[in-house]
Design a protein around this ligand. Structure first.
Ligand code: PMP
Length: 287
């Protein structure tokens, strides 16, 4: 059975879910997106994702034609229509079709697309063994350009950084910011553990303010760890006891080396495993 896609609130079979070749989402990467999880048939932290999406749309002068409540209802309707128990939602807002110029005022029909499907980003083996990381030479966008806090449809910067990771024989890469500080990975935020303290780069290090990052910071505090947002250099990762990444699709995944330099013992550490477990428990019990 073909999955059903929500196109501007209307559920259509995948084959009929189409957008115009004049859509500025395609022509210019002009739009915003979200990745959201479904656990036990319930949408995880939906309001946080919807808020981030609306904030992003506001920054790019894209007025959504529907209310937040309506969009939440459409997301839940799409999940139910596809019978998704545990899965992943991709929520996309494009500028809509215009002419071949850049003037956003000429596009007046933003497209709101919701895809609900299954996902498996990383193999179970990687969660058990951890990911080796490399440093990408491609840096995060400068905050005075397309702000890296924006989850925009233009992810080329991240794709190029990820390609560097792949070409170096791994699957993720650490991205620095224009100041040479650690920012995050290509699709995940980064944490280190040093002497039982959790540290992650602050928002002004040019990160995307991850919803999983925030959740893990809360879970960490609840568990009694000290949690700090700290400017970080690569040296801090090389000399950390543990390192892990967080993201909607990845959840919590250990990282075991950077640029060939072992982090801690070179195996997933106890704090990482503890937080991974706590996060998994939270996804099974949230309201
Ligand atoms: N950083 C980047 C660049 C991302 O694309 C993402 C989302 N995949 C994240 C961090 C993690 O954010 P979240 O926890 O909200 O998924």
């Amino acid at each position: 059975m073909s999955i059903k896609i929500s196109m501007n609130g209307e559920l259509v079979p995948k084959e009929d879910a189409r957008i115009s070749v004049f859509d500025h989402g395609l022509l210019y990467g002009d739009g915003i997106f979200e990745g959201i999880r479904v656990y036990g048939g319930k949408v995880f932290l939906l309001h946080d994702h919807i808020d981030r999406l609306y904030e992003g749309c506001g920054v790019i002068h894209l007025e959504l034609p529907i209310s937040k409540q309506q969009l939440c209802d459409d997301v839940r309707k799409t999940v139910a229509a596809n019978g998704i128990e545990d899965g992943y939602i991709r929520l996309i807002v494009t500028r809509g079709s215009g002419d071949l110029g850049l003037d956003y005022r000429k596009s007046s029909n933003p497209q709101v697309i919701i895809i609900a499907d299954t996902i498996s980003l990383y193999s179970e083996e990687l969660y058990e063994k951890g990911i080796p990381l490399v440093t990408a030479s491609t840096i995060r966008n400068h905050p005075q350009a397309v702000n890296p806090r924006l989850k925009s449809l233009n992810y080329l910067n991240n794709i190029l950084a990820k390609a560097e990771g792949i070409l170096a024989g791994t699957i993720e890469a650490v991205m620095m910011n224009h100041k040479g500080e650690v920012a995050e990975c290509t699709g995940d935020n980064i944490f280190i553990v040093k002497n039982n303290v959790l540290k992650t780069p602050p928002v002004d290090a040019c990160i995307l303010e991850g919803i999983t990052r925030k959740t893990v910071m809360c879970l960490g505090e609840e568990a009694g760890y000290t949690v700090q947002e700290r400017t970080m250099q690569r040296h801090d990762i090389y000399t950390a006891d543990e390192c892990f990444l967080t993201g909607t699709a990845a959840e919590v995944i250990p990282a075991i080396s950077l640029d060939g330099c072992k982090i801690g013992t070179g195996e997933p550490g106890p704090v990482t495993n503890d937080l991974r477990e706590r996060f998994q428990k939270f996804t099974r019990n949230f309201e």
